[in-house]
Write a protein that binds this ligand. Structure first.
Ligand SMILES: Cc1cc2nc3c(=O)[nH]c(=O)nc-3n(C[C@H](O)[C@H](O)[C@H](O)COP(=O)(O)OP(=O)(O)OC[C@H]3O[C@@H](n4cnc5c(N)ncnc54)[C@H](O)[C@@H]3O)c2cc1C
Length: 404
């Protein structure tokens, strides 16, 4: 019996092992990951691990003993090069071959790289893994000038840690506002204002055209405005699903590995979970690819339950969080540019929420330091609840009353 082989040793893989064993799966489990670490959490990489508040071991989702006790074999620092669906086997770059009864793609995503001239200069970094943070650290020091390309969540979280550490920070964003792809203007305005108050320079509508080597190992950032001289550049311009392996094996892929509500791919013995998967969401009314811890965990559980013959469809409200300074932003649902935005609370108090109404029903919420708005908002989204915008905007009206 070959059992289950998992490609990728990240958030989804770790959950898959836990759920398979908890559900009584008795066959062998082999997890193959190219990084030299057991599965770890990535969110702290742009937060407390970058700031140095969290040690490396604290990133690991489970201690190594967990995998030993679960009799799951971790094959680390090995990359799967090919998958043969016909032979039911995977082959590593070193030629090693692992047969499987069931295969799970938990390959995550990779950063989108800058393609402008000079983008391969030393000192230009991305933020996806532990190795990236270790490469960034030597120049991540007070007084250095950090240029962040991309004003998305990763860019802004990095800006917050850097500003507090005393770096001089410039965020260069090609769009008209930071977070434009993911949130409404009031939220973007709020976060831009917070960063500016912390001393961060934000340049919007500013594309980066290229990089040149400057004096003393510095980097000249060519952009729509005057050149910027950086000691360090970190780019956070999005991620791409790690789907090529699945695609070349013949699995259906389209913005991720296409799966059904049970995390099953176009081959009935092959599953995909986490950032690499494109799933159907009845709740959201379309197919989605989600890049969040919650999705990786829940989809891995879904795959495990299907593998042990207890299939349970997955259709949760997507949720995500971002920590910047003293602000905890919690996001549920997926907002769209045409939604009606209802603000509840005053952004000046640093405790407020933006609700997104679609056809009168709550479709998404962004809550800043506002746990009830987030928690009840998530329930309202699940129920597609219609609400009175005027009451929703009034903080004196308890959130609970909208559940009635
Ligand atoms: C800096 C940062 C901050 C984040 N912050 C948040 C946050 O605040 N909240 C939130 O919800 N989410 C956050 N995320 C996203 C979240 O971490 C991801 O959605 C989650 O890790 C996805 O889990 P996964 O198992 O799909 O992929 P991963 O955890 O990325 O694991 C995939 C693994 O597969 C390996 N792999 C890929 N191909 C192969 C191959 N061919 N052979 C062997 N191994 C392979 C990869 O190297 C990787 O180790 C953040 C991500 C980053 C990078």
């Amino acid at each position: 019996m070959s059992g289950t082989v998992v490609i990728g040793a990240g958030q989804a893989a770790s959950q898959l092992v836990a759920t398979l064993r908890a559900e009584g799966y008795a066959a062998p489990i082999t997890v193959i990951g190219e990084e030299p670490y057991p599965p770890y959490q990535r969110p702290p990489l742009s937060k407390k691990f970058l700031s140095g508040e969290l040690e490396e071991e604290r990133l690991f989702i489970k201690p190594l003993e967990f995998y030993a006790q679960a009799q799951a074999t971790l094959v680390l620092e090995r990359r799967v090069a090919a998958v043969s669906l016909g032979d039911k086997a995977v082959t590593l770059t070193n030629g090693e071959r692992f047969p499987y009864d069931t295969l799970v793609f938990a390959t995550g995503s990779r950063v989108r790289k800058l393609t402008v001239p000079g983008a391969d200069l030393a000192g230009i970094h991305y933020l996806r893994g532990i190795a990236d943070v270790k490469a960034i650290r030597p120049r991540f020091e007070a007084g250095k000038h950090l240029v962040i390309v991309g004003g998305g969540y990763i860019g802004l979280e990095t800006a917050a840690v850097a500003a507090r550490r005393g770096l001089k920070v410039t965020v260069v964003e090609a769009m008209a506002r930071c977070l434009q792809r993911v949130t409404s203007k009031p939220m973007s305005d709020f976060f831009e204002g917070v960063h500016r108050a912390e001393g961060v320079t934000i340049l919007t509508d500013t594309g980066v055209h290229g990089f040149e080597a400057g004096a003393n190992g510095q980097i000249v950032v060519k952009n729509a405005g005057p050149d910027l001289i950086a000691d360090l550049v970190i780019a956070g311009i999005g991620i791409l699903p790690e789907q090529e392996l699945a695609q070349s094996a013949g699995l259906v892929c389209e913005n991720g590995i296409v799966v059904d509500e049970f995390a099953r791919t176009s081959d009935p013995d092959v599953y995909a979970a986490g950032d690499c998967a494109n799933l159907p969401s009845k709740l959201m009314g379309r197919r989605l690819r989600l890049e969040s811890v919650h999705n990786a965990i829940e989809q891995a559980k879904t795959a495990a339950l299907a593998i042990v013959g207890k299939p349970k469809p997955y259709d949760d409200v997507p949720w995500f969080w971002s920590d910047q300074y003293d602000l905890k932003l919690q996001i549920a649902g997926l907002s769209a540019p045409d939604d009606t935005v209802v603000l509840r609370g005053d952004p000046a108090t640093r405790k407020f929420a933006a609700f997104y109404l679609r056809d009168g029903a709550v479709a998404a919420v962004d809550a800043v330091n506002a746990a009830p708005e987030y928690m009840i908002g998530r329930m309202l989204i699940a129920q597609k609840k219609t609400v009175d915008p005027a009451r929703l905007a009034d903080p004196a009206v308890p959130m609970k009353s909208f559940m009635a």
